[in-house]
Design a protein around this ligand. Structure first.
Ligand SMILES: [Zn+2]
Length: 328
C-alpha cells in the first residue's frame, strides 16, 4: 500500500496521460468535473484538464486513462550544488524516515547564476565545475552542519579560484557575518501529508461559495474577468506581459480589453491582481482535489506499486528495505 507525498502525487498526476480532449467547456465541466458553473471560470484550459485528469485517476476510470508512455526523466535543477537526480519515490507508509529528512543542499553562487540569462553554455559549464570543485574539496552537508565548513570559508575558497580562472565576478565578501552569502539551504518536510484528511461536505460548499464571492469582488468588471485568465503571466517581465496581452487583443482571444487600459491600470497593479486571483484559484483547486479524494475514498490502497512503477515512480529504498541496514 504505497504512500505518496503531495509532491509525488502531483508528479503522478502530471505523468498519467488521458484520452485527448480538445477543449473543456462549461457544460463538460459541470457535467463531469464539478456542478458549479461559476467555478468553471476560475481556471484556464490547462488547469481544467488537470482537474479532469485528477478526477479520472482517482475514479480509476480505465476507459479514459491512457497507457504508460515515455516519461521524461527528472530535469536537473542547476540552482543547487548537489544535483537532484533519480526517480520520484513512493513510500510504504507515512512513517518512513526519509520523509522527515527534509531537503538540504547548497546554492549556486550569484556570479554563476547571473550567467543563466546571458550565457547559458558558460552557466551550465560552471555549474558542473562548481559541483566538481565541491567533490574534490570534500565539502559536505555534514561538515557544514557540524560547523567545520562555514559560509566564509566557502566564499573565500570560491573567490580564490573561480573569478580569475573563468573571468566572473567575485562573491561579495562581507565583514558582517549576517550579510555573508549563505550557501546552505534546508527545507523541512511538511508534516501531515496524510491521506486521511478530514473532509466535511457542508464546509466544503461554504468554502467554495466564499471563494466565488471573493473572486467576483476581486474582478468586478468584464475586463478584469477576462484578464484574470492571463494570471499565468504574473511572473513574466513587463515587456513579455505587454506583448502577450496586445497579441491576444489583436487575435481577439482577449475581449473587452482596450489596449489603452493597460497603460492606465499599470502593470504593477495588474500583476498584483493576478497574484490575488491565483491565490483564490489555488484554494479552489485544493478544495476540489480534497473533494475528489473524499468522493473516491482515496487511501493507501488507491494505487498499487505496479501502477506507480508503470508511471516511472520507484520504491523508496529505505522503507522497502532495499538497502543494507547501515545505510545513512
Ligand atoms: Zn520511504
Amino acid at each position: 500500500m504505497p504512500y505518496l507525498t503531495d509532491y509525488s502525487y502531483n508528479q503522478l498526476l502530471e505523468r498519467v496521460p488521458i484520452k485527448d480532449i480538445d477543449w473543456i467547456d462549461r457544460a463538460f465541466f459541470t457535467k463531469n468535473i464539478f456542478d458549479n458553473e461559476y467555478l468553471y471560470y476560475f481556471f484556464n484550459q490547462l488547469e481544467l484538464k488537470r482537474l479532469w485528469k485528477e478526477r479520472l485517476l482517482l475514479s480509476k476510470d480505465k476507459e479514459n486513462i491512457g497507457a504508460f508512455q515515455e516519461v521524461p526523466t527528472r530535469e536537473d535543477n542547476f540552482d543547487f550544488v548537489l544535483s537532484i537526480e533519480g526517480k520520484v519515490k513512493f513510500h510504504k507508509d507515512s512513517d518512513c524516515e526519509a520523509l522527515h529528512k527534509g531537503f538540504k543542499n547548497f546554492f549556486m553562487p550569484e556570479p554563476v547564476v547571473e550567467l543563466k540569462e546571458t550565457d547559458e553554455d558558460k552557466y551550465k559549464m560552471l555549474v558542473q565545475k562548481v559541483r566538481q570543485w565541491f567533490k574534490e574539496n570534500g565539502f559536505t552537508v555534514r561538515d557544514y552542519e557540524e560547523g567545520k565548513l562555514t559560509d566564509r570559508r566557502l566564499t573565500s575558497a570560491f573567490n580564490a579560484y573561480f573569478p580569475e580562472k573563468y573571468n566572473i565576478p567575485e562573491i561579495v565578501e562581507s565583514q558582517n557575518e549576517e550579510s555573508q552569502f549563505r550557501w546552505f539551504i534546508e527545507k523541512k518536510t511538511k508534516r501531515a501529508v496524510a491521506v486521511e484528511r478530514s473532509f466535511e461536505y457542508d464546509q466544503f460548499i461554504v468554502d467554495i461559495t466564499d471563494l466565488i464571492r471573493k473572486r467576483s469582488e476581486l474582478c468586478g468588471s468584464k475586463t478584469m474577468y477576462n484578464l484574470s485568465r492571463y494570471d499565468f503571466l504574473r511572473k513574466k517581465t513587463k515587456e513579455e506581459i505587454l506583448k502577450r496581452i496586445e497579441e491576444s487583443i489583436e487575435n481577439e482571444y482577449l475581449k473587452e480589453v482596450q489596449p489603452v487600459f493597460l497603460e492606465n491600470y499599470g502593470i504593477k497593479r495588474l500583476v498584483q491582481f493576478w497574484n490575488d486571483h491565483f491565490k483564490l484559484k489555488i484554494q479552489a483547486m485544493n478544495l476540489l482535489s480534497d473533494y475528489f479524494k473524499w468522493t473516491y475514498n482515496y487511501n493507501l490502497d488507491t494505487f498499487d506499486e505496479v501502477f506507480l512503477e508503470d508511471y516511472n515512480l520507484e520504491k523508496c529504498k529505505m522503507c522497502y528495505e532495499l538497502l543494507p541496514n547501515d545505510f545513512n
